[in-house]
Design a protein around this ligand. Structure first.
Ligand code: WTA
Length: 650
């Protein structure tokens, strides 16, 4: 069993034996039956060219591919020689198929404002925004950074980039000025799309102000396109700044989607790894489109009359694949909500479901646990009878939270699909298709079409069922990342170089006799805080950038709501004292509030081996308040553990 950060979760999983079957009614109508899954899964592995050609053939290609896959490990090209456009498939194609008057986006602001776009209206907005971007000098292949609230313009901007072949890089609106400028600089973006602000817990978040500050350190940035969302006053640089509403309104509504090579880059999305700065995960056009199209349809059992709500912000991969691309490619009605789940109170999600008659809800375990903490009574006040399917993503879901979600939110009638995947995989990799298979609370389930998972040791030895091991994928799949932007070496090393010949996910997992995979957590120095990936290294670098800190070690501590919380052990720089409040504010400035340590332990030493390596295993135990277990004899000064354990966290 590899080490993971979530021992409690593993223990719970090991004792979990419940099996929840979908209702007869759900099964009878399910898009994918068990037989169908088994037949198509087999086909996808035995005749991948035939399988993927069938799926890709359901979408529109300006030029058909000549070869399904060209695999020169670790580099894959899918649908080689084909030309297509993701925005065309998400919009023009659906309008042509008669969905012009169907609602594409139903958006609700945190302040209660509601806006609806039909497919025809969304298409028109995207064409205008595409022309506006062209007018700002954006060329195919240019990078455009988005730093936006969750408003319809965010989806419009992404699709407009896709339409002209510009590469979007969405930076979550909760990230700090320096996180934003680092990402703009790494991508060398020419244009930044932002807003005057966005609402979060009743307050406007000053996005434009942050963007202005970031822009002082980003030499490649030429233009800033600004959506007016909250109406607060903003600083304005007339030669650089352009109002979205002026540029987009003035732009022509005529635009032909650019035919793009299947491997043309679609977007970059930064995510944390175990070492170094965040990686710009790069996805391309054809494979990502096919992967998100197929999985959204199959996993969410999508039908014409569904009202589908994925609560993820577009700043994360879930927001890319399952708030925007996947559902729109399938012509679904997508609900978007701008704000916090507890604004004005913990009933907000349920009110949205009741009001818009949401049928499919896809959210994260951290949110489910937070709702659960506030009791059954709040959701009980709302009519949730429109729901027919629930999904979970982002981190392992503990069986208790699963059962609560199923019982209280789903009324015991909605299947819950737990979906395992990553920024790098682009689309869902493991799940139990609803209607085809029973769920086992806490277990992600079976591989999606074309996904060939295995459990291995670090030496590449394959393990059998019930042995815990490292989760790997044994062959490329269409929506996989193609490289790390600007750092192909890091791509080779991190994914296909850890264990020879397979994709290394960085997660530990088990498999049971039915073939269900249970993810037990990261095996590297990546934390998962409220479903957000954070590298311990990133937080440590932020801490030591503060003058009062000479050295820092960050670990995760199990947290009942967030999954994990950040605990920082810091050594004080001579001549300084550490002010925990100031240090937390500093981390917020450097990365964002999501990385702020919950506990800070100030110390005179860290547990190091004689060769100077910090033994984080012991720090995790101290952070969790556990007895020290394991061999401490390799430590330079074993006494440090006792001193740390005796130091109250600040
Ligand atoms: C974790 C989010 C257990 C896992 C889509 C993975 C999960 C990381 C699940 C990717 C799940 C995601 N069960 N763990 N259903 N979904 N994870 O890149 O550790 O933000 O490696 O992508 O989240 O996080 P990322």
């Amino acid at each position: 069993m590899p080490h993971t950060n979530q021992q409690d979760h593993i223990d719970a999983m090991l004792h979990e034996t419940r099996v929840i079957a979908p209702s007869e009614e759900f099964q009878a109508r399910a898009r994918v039956t068990r037989e169908e899954y088994e037949r198509r899964y087999r086909q996808s592995l035995e005749h991948p060219d035939e399988f993927w050609s069938e799926v890709a053939g359901e979408l529109y290609w300006m030029k058909r591919w000549e070869q399904v896959l060209d695999w020169q490990e670790p580099h894959a090209q899918w649908f080689v020689g084909g030309q297509t456009n993701v925005a065309y498939n998400a919009l023009d194609r659906n309008v042509q198929h008669g969905l012009g008057e169907k609602r594409a986006i139903v958006w609700e602001g945190e302040d209660g404002e509601v806006r609806t776009y039909t497919y025809a209206e969304l298409l028109r907005e995207v064409k205008k925004a595409a022309n506006a971007l062209l007018g700002l000098g954006v060329q195919p292949g240019d990078r455009v950074t988005l730093y936006m609230p969750l408003i319809p313009e965010a989806a419009v901007a992404m699709l407009a980039c896709a339409r002209i072949g510009a590469v979007h890089s969405v930076v979550f609106g909760g990230f700090s000025v320096s996180a934003l400028s680092d990402r703009i600089n790494d991508a060398q973006s020419k244009v930044l799309i932002t807003a005057d602000g966005g609402y979060r817990r009743g307050q406007p978040v000053p996005l434009k102000k942050n963007a202005d500050e970031a822009a002082q350190k980003t030499p490649t940035l030429e233009k800033m396109l600004v959506v007016r969302r909250v109406g607060t006053p903003v600083d304005w640089q007339p030669e650089r700044d352009v109002w979205w509403h002026e540029a987009v309104e003035a732009a022509s509504g005529e635009h032909e989607a650019a035919p793009l090579d299947s491997e043309h880059p679609l977007f970059i999305l930064y995510t944390s790894g175990s070492t170094g700065k965040p990686k710009g995960v790069q996805h391309t056009t054809g494979g990502y489109m096919v992967g998100t199209y197929l999985t959204t349809q199959a996993v969410f059992d999508l039908r014409d009359d569904d009202v589908y709500w994925c609560t993820a912000d577009v700043g994360w991969v879930t927001g890319h694949s399952y708030s925007v691309y996947g559902p729109l490619l399938n012509g679904a009605t997508v609900v978007m909500y701008e704000g916090a789940p507890n604004q004005p109170d913990w009933g907000r999600f349920w009110e949205i479901i009741q009001k818009h008659r949401v049928t499919i809800l896809y959210t994260a375990p951290t949110a489910i646990r937070a709702f659960m903490q506030h009791g059954d009574e709040i959701p009980g006040r709302y009519d949730l009878s429109s729901l027919r399917l629930l999904g979970s993503v982002g981190e392992p879901i503990n069986p208790e939270a699963w059962m609560w979600y199923w019982r209280v939110i789903g009324g015991g009638r909605c299947p819950v699909v737990d979906t395992w995947w990553q920024t790098e995989t682009g689309s869902i990799m493991l799940t139990t298709l609803p209607g085809a298979f029973p769920s086992k609370p806490g277990s992600a389930g079976l591989p999606m079409y074309g996904v060939e998972p295995a459990l291995m040791t670090h030496d590449g030895e394959e393990l059998g069922a019930d042995d815990g091991g490292l989760l790997v994928i044994k062959r490329p799949w269409p929506s996989m990342l193609r490289t790390v932007y600007g750092d192909d070496e890091r791509y080779r090393k991190s994914y296909w170089g850890e264990i020879k010949g397979v994709y290394f996910a960085g997660d530990g997992a088990r498999r049971d006799a039915d073939g269900y995979y249970t993810i037990v957590g990261r095996v590297d120095d990546v934390l998962n805080v409220s479903g957000h990936r954070l590298g311990t290294m990133e937080i440590e670098s932020a801490l030591v950038a503060h003058p009062s800190v000479s050295e820092a070690a960050v670990v995760g501590k199990p947290d009942a709501v967030k999954g994990e919380s950040v605990v920082a052990f810091v050594l004080v720089q001579d001549g300084y004292t550490v002010d925990p409040t100031e240090l937390r504010a500093h981390v917020t400035r450097e990365i964002g509030a999501l990385a702020r340590p919950d506990a800070i332990i100030v110390s005179d030493a860290l547990p190091k081996t004689r060769s100077g390596k910090i033994m984080r295993r012991f720090l995790r135990q101290i952070a969790a308040g556990q007895e020290i277990q394991g061999d401490t004899s390799t430590l330079e000064d074993p006494g440090v553990l006792e001193r740390l354990a005796a130091t109250p966290p600040a």
